[in-house]
Ligand binder design. Sequence first.
Ligand SMILES: NC(=O)c1ccc[n+]([C@@H]2O[C@H](COP(=O)([O-])OP(=O)(O)OC[C@H]3O[C@@H](n4cnc5c(N)ncnc54)[C@H](OP(=O)(O)O)[C@@H]3O)[C@@H](O)[C@H]2O)c1
Length: 283
Amino acid sequence: MIAITGAAGQLGRALIECCTRQGIDFTALTHSQLDITNASTVARFFSECPCECIFNCAAYTQVDAAEENPKQALLVNSLAPWNLARTSIPVIHISTDYVFDGSNISACEVDDAPRPLSVYGLSKRMGETSLLEGGFQGLIVRTAWTYSARPGTKNFLHTMQRLFNERDAIGVVNDQIGTPTLAEDLAQSLIDLYLMGEHLKPMHVLHCTNAGSASWFEFAQAIASLTKTHCTVHPIASSEYPAKAQRPAYSVLSLTAIQELGIRPRPWLDALESVCKKDESNV
Ligand SMILES: NC(=O)c1ccc[n+]([C@@H]2O[C@H](COP(=O)([O-])OP(=O)(O)OC[C@H]3O[C@@H](n4cnc5c(N)ncnc54)[C@H](OP(=O)(O)O)[C@@H]3O)[C@@H](O)[C@H]2O)c1
């Protein structure tokens, strides 16, 4: 059996669906069922839970809000992963491309030096470091630009779909490059890694996103074209869309390491097309 923390989030929900489909026994723990920042509750819960692996999908994910609320971001993203790992149950922990500063000119490798630009990125990097230095068993999987078409999830796809209904034209940032990643594809890769026993090795880092790269503008344009909106999307610079947190200009993650393990994520546009087509057939 596996345990899924942050089970009501977009990745948590995708994992639940994946486990259900593949007949993998799981226990799903939402924030209200298990607050991972509470060390004694976490220890007590897992001392009685016969699970073989904890998938930690719980996180403080509000990148801009973290700049004004660093204490909460650090508590959830830096300290809480350690509460989970010290149960001695192997952990598959999710981290982010925002641990990098964006100065790379080619895809970031798993052992490239992180240099976060934001409180969120720093909090996630500190979470990675505590797991890597703690002598634990498990896996840190960095991902990026995650979205899902599932109703009730908050992400770029849903924001664009709302804006397309409200406006005739929108400007979207064209000078940040990353990889849009479908939560359901990521969940499947995480389960594949678990079934291969990657979580049983000493704590190490892998990258997992869909394949390829795009700017937010290109991602928005693809959504616009697939959903046949009348709204026009035009490119703008980050400086024209001021945000509290600084984002990396280029944070594409190299997939070499997981490809060597036999996991080959599909191109991001194929993944986006698959969910937009499904949406269309449900209309
Ligand atoms: N979304 C992205 O674009 C992206 C990109 C790169 C990496 N990631 C990483 O991917 C992972 C999954 O993200 P996601 O997109 O699924 O995020 P999400 O939809 O925001 O889900 C995060 C979940 O964590 C829960 N949570 C927050 N604090 C908690 C606590 N103290 N104890 C237990 N649960 C808590 C939240 O519950 P409440 O809402 O009730 O607080 C929410 O259900 C995270 O590690 C994130 O850093 C995400």
